[in-house]
Design a protein around this ligand. Structure first.
Ligand code: SIN
Ligand code: CO
Length: 380
């Protein structure tokens, strides 16, 4: 278990003063830090087809290759970095590093990226679209971080490597094990290993308008919704036939807004969309499948069920029901299950005794057996 100390700040003070605003150096954020994995294990993950990885070198200019990799000889030399995405989805001990940051809601958390850099290695000066906490594991790395700059120009240093030019650093530090940097979106930064170094990046996600609108349109198409059409039974003769008038534009805009305003449609869409997985994960679907009427026996047999690593589960408390969304799938349940659904989403594991108390409801049994059958929650 890792306990986070944000200097002398409370979580609320950190959110008010730094979150999305300015970078922060957190010295000894994790005291007596012990790495949950080593470079060999990281390389093992980077060999897997279903795990996203990159190798970045800066020998004569920048080069970036995408995994999976079989040959790691480049890491025998300086100026090389191996980066592996979504390690929390595959490595339960590494996943523990995300837990101290859950004072930020689950749906905002993306994944844990882990990098191993040889001396001089890094990904160059760049900015990220999302907030990130970079934790220093073993080794040391020299970091420079600038203030948020929304106008900074990005360019491609290599086909897959966006960088920025020179920037003024407000943090210039050699990180030691357990030190943490908080870097808000659009704050330029660069880090080069001083000695072989492991870094852990807890990354966040935040959708933009295009993401949401395109996904919303897909949702309407999938469910055959959004069929209300422009109508104008009150049409009057218009002076110029070529003109699209302001009142018509307003009506058209409202036609679109009304689709989003519809709670039934929008809440299901947003819950499914924000729980949509971005990376593969290590799921263990149950075989043979559990029938809803076998659930109670299953829950009696196993005292605890665990949430799969990196599982995206969120819920929305509604007036008469609770909407649960897991990995892009939604389930509507009566409000009497709200507290147990909240517990399932909030915690990494759940005592089955408390689930048993809800198993007289068929809808609950169907939902929970689906979640277990898919491997979203599993018994050990
Ligand atoms: C890294 O660990 O090398 C990259 C972290 C980052 O700057 O985003
Ligand atoms: Co970065």
């Amino acid at each position: 278990m890792y306990t986070l100390h944000i200097n002398e700040l409370s979580e609320t003070e950190f959110l008010n003063q730094y979150w999305q605003k300015k970078p922060l150096l957190i010295k000894a954020g994790f005291k007596d830090f012990a790495d949950p994995l080593d470079a060999e294990e990281l390389a093992g993950l980077a060999m897997e087809e279903s795990i996203e990885s990159r190798m970045v070198t800066n020998h004569d200019g920048w080069q970036c290759e995408n995994g999976p990799f079989e040959d790691f000889s480049v890491l025998a030399n300086d100026h090389a970095t191996l980066l592996v995405q979504a390690v929390d989805h595959w490595h339960p001990e590494a996943a523990q590093l995300v837990e101290p940051f859950r004072f930020i809601p689950n749906w905002r958390i993306d994944d844990l990226m882990v990098s191993y850099s040889t001396p001089g290695g890094g990904v160059g000066p760049h900015l990220d679209q999302y907030d990130v906490f970079i934790i220093q594991g073993s080794g040391k790395r020299h970091w420079r971080v600038g203030n948020v700059d929304k106008n900074i120009k990005q360019f491609s240093a290599d086909k897959a490597l966006l960088q920025v030019g020179e920037f003024e650093a407000v943090i210039d530090v050699v990180l030691e094990p357990g030190d943490i940097l908080y870097i808000p979106p659009s704050a330029p930064h660069e880090g080069y290993a001083v000695e072989p170094a492991i870094n852990y990046s807890v990354g966040f996600r935040a959708p933009n308008q295009t993401d949401l609108l395109t996904a919303f349109a897909d949702h309407l198409i999938d469910l055959d919704l959004g069929q209300a059409r422009y109508s104008d039974a009150d049409l009057n003769i218009q002076q110029s036939r070529g003109e699209l008038t302001l009142p018509d534009i307003t009506k058209l805009r409202h036609l679109m807004i009304d689709a989003i305003k519809d709670d039934n449609t929008f809440l299901r869409f947003i819950a499914e969309q924000l729980s949509e997985p971005k990376h593969d994960k290590d799921l263990l679907p149950l075989e043979p499948k559990l029938e809803p009427n076998e659930l109670a026996d299953f829950l009696r047999e196993y005292p605890v069920i665990y949430k799969a690593g990196g599982l995206r589960s969120i819920y929305i408390a509604q007036k008469d029901s609770v909407l649960l969304a897991v990995e892009g799938h939604s389930f509507n349940l009566p409000s009497k299950h709200l507290s147990i659904i909240a517990a399932l989403c909030d915690q990494q594991y759940q005592y089955t005794e408390q689930l048993l108390a809800h198993s007289d409801c068929l809808l609950f049994r169907q939902t929970l057996s689906t979640l277990i059958n898919e491997g979203y929650w599993y018994a050990d």
